[in-house]
Design a protein around this ligand. Sequence first.
Ligand code: NAD
Ligand code: AKB
Length: 319
Amino acid sequence: MAKEKILVIGASGQIGVELTLALRKIYGAANVVASDLREENELLKGSGPYVSLDVMNKEMLHVQVIRQNITQIYLLAAILSATGEKNPNLAWHLNMQGLLNVLDIAREEKLQKVYWPSSIAVFGPTSPKQLCPQQTIIEPITVYGISKYAGEFWCNYYHQRYGVDVRSIRYPGLISYKSAPGGGTTDYAVEIYSEALAEKKYKCFLKEDTYLPMMYMPDAIRATMELMHAPAENITVRTSYNISGMSFSPTEIAASIQKHIPEFKLSCVPDSRQKIADSWPQSIDDAVATKDWGWKPEYDLDKMTNDMLENLIKAQNEL
Ligand code: NAD
Ligand code: AKB
């Protein structure tokens, strides 16, 4: 692998922790600089370099990129769907300006590659509910979805106009046990596992029959690596790729947990996040990602449940 120096922005978040650790395995600990506005996540401590960084401060970001000889940036700092609806201006500002700062620096410094995730939140109530295609009607109703859709076109613009090799995936809701989710509509599918173990019951903020596209974190990390390592000539989508993992409802994830914890009880009291969930597709067509860079998920619901519960129990026993 060519000599790379990678900056991960938003490294202390749900994806950032696992992506930083995965990148350090591939590129070597010293070649992956983790950064975040908040303090270094416990799981990152001692695993490689960390700098405190605000992506909104373009000058400081630029200084770090030059000082550290950065060749690639993975930009993960964002405000997610549910938190975004509480403060739409802030969400728009961070999600857009943060991306533009990174794209500008990538152009000026001729960085080798940039990674920036989009989301299934780009889709809205007028998009197809089942097997939502790569290209379709896209009319998002959340500020988060609007910012992601606009961001996709900025990525495409910087690629077409300035040749920046920026790549992107529309992640579904991500489920993981290492670091907590950061204010999304799909967060229930993470919380339900720890509550099942601790309380044997969970009160869900979505209705029991709400189907959403989801993915287990190991699949999401692998997809990111596969996209970033694909030859540039294979990348036909410079906005963002649909990828699919699994789709389930609160009732179905509860049934999967009950195979391990039969006494587990689910109750559902929908709140304002229901409207967001209802605006998104229930499943995603990822044929273009499969064709271009061979995407194929490994985890289904029961396989994920086995792994989540096993790892959460292991972590509890280590406390
Ligand atoms: P997260 O909220 O867990 O992490 C984001 C991190 O960014 C946090 O650690 C936060 O402190 C940091 N941050 C916030 N403002 C910052 C700033 N100004 N400068 C530097 N760092 C800042 O989010 P996540 O779930 O890890 O998501 C990462 C990316 O993936 C986001 O773009 C998100 O939209 C996208 N995504 C996530 C999911 C999911 O289910 N987790 C699904 C689709 C897309
Ligand atoms: C959210 O719920 O906001 C995120 C996402 C699907 O982008 N998990």
